[in-house]
Design a protein around this ligand. Structure first.
Ligand code: PXG
Length: 290
């Protein structure tokens, strides 16, 4: 595997960054997880826009333009012969000295890993996930805002550990008001009486690109959508439920906190949305090999 670091390609074993990089020392940096499908980098421009927004929010100057980053992503896929897979794009604060002041880091670093990813066991997509609500709440908007895709994922990792301890693969995080925010790496959707709902972004969730795509697919299929405040009650009484994320794609949920969702099987609207989403992955995105 060839890994891009600051304009150069390194073999996996030599792809290293400084132990003084504040990305490592303090989780100071931002990232994107992006998919390639059928020789296209899906929603690359949306991912780059979000990356620049995350960087702006933490006052990090990305040393490349959108066009340069686009080319670097395409070139890294080509260098690895990849037409399908997963890109991890990382911008760290860069190498500094000990002490958390970012002014100690003169030059941010850009890292691009093109590889593959599998978030959940494949069987889960047929049977559906069983998940739980966990005690760790989503970050407050005035701390590390949940819209920032930062390198500091400890809050989500704590939630994932709580899910692991409960013997399940994913966790629902509530916000500090008790409304559903999202899962550890996915947005949440429920369907009730034919209406698709996903928590309002102001409940504290990443502005998910898969979330957006699914809302578009639903609109195209004539499924009514809304983005309300959702409590666990609305989740428990829903007919269908699924999670969305770049890595997870669309994964059905069939049990939450011991309550069976619908009839305990992935539902028909969920299946329709999965098919509509798959169709989009064939059409949309930056071409890798011309
Ligand atoms: N919420 C959070 C907290 C996320 O990290 C999503 C929602 C879904 O957003 P997108 O734009 O991907 O639909 C994410 C995305 C990984 C991995 O390595 C995680 C994500 C994406 C890709 C890979 O676990 N999280």
């Amino acid at each position: 595997m060839k890994v891009y670091i600051d304009g150069q390609y390194f073999d996996e074993a030599d792809a290293k960054i400084s132990v003084f990089d504040h990305g490592l020392l303090y989780g100071d940096g931002v990232f994107e997880g992006i998919r390639m499908y059928h020789n296209r980098i899906f929603k690359l421009s949306e991912h780059l826009e979000r990356l620049f927004y995350s960087a702006k929010a933490i006052l990090l100057d990305i040393p490349l333009s959108v066009d340069e980053l686009t080319n670097a992503c395409v070139e890294t896929c080509r260098a690895n012969g990849l037409r399908d897979g997963y890109i991890r794009l990382i911008v760290t604060r860069g190498r500094g000295t000990l002490g958390l002041d970012p002014r100690r880091c003169p030059k941010p670093s850009v890292i691009i890993i093109a590889s593959t990813i599998q978030l959940y066991p494949p069987a889960i997509y047929e049977t559906g996930l069983s998940i739980v609500t966990v005690p760790t709440t989503r970050n407050l908007p005035n701390s590390v805002n949940p819209a920032i895709k930062s390198l500091n994922y400890l809050n989500n990792i704590l939630a994932r550990i709580e899910a692991n301890n409960a013997g399940v693969e994913e966790a629902i995080l509530l916000n500090s008001d008790g409304f559903v925010a999202e899962c550890t790496a996915d947005n949440v959707f429920v369907i009730h009486k034919g209406r698709l709902m996903t928590p309002s972004l102001s409940a504290g969730a990443l502005h998910g690109i898969t979330r957006n795509t699914v809302l578009e697919c639903a609109a195209a299929l004539g499924v009514p959508t809304s983005e309300p405040l959702l409590s666990r009650y609305e989740v428990y009484i829903s007919d269908e439920m699924f999670l969305t994320g770049t890595a997870a794609e669309i994964v059905p949920v069939v049990k939450v906190d011991g309550r069976t969702i619908g009839n305990g099987k992935p539902g028909p609207i969920t299946q329709q949305l999965i098919e509509a989403f798959r169709a989009r992955t064939r059409l949309d995105g930056q071409v890798i090999f011309p």
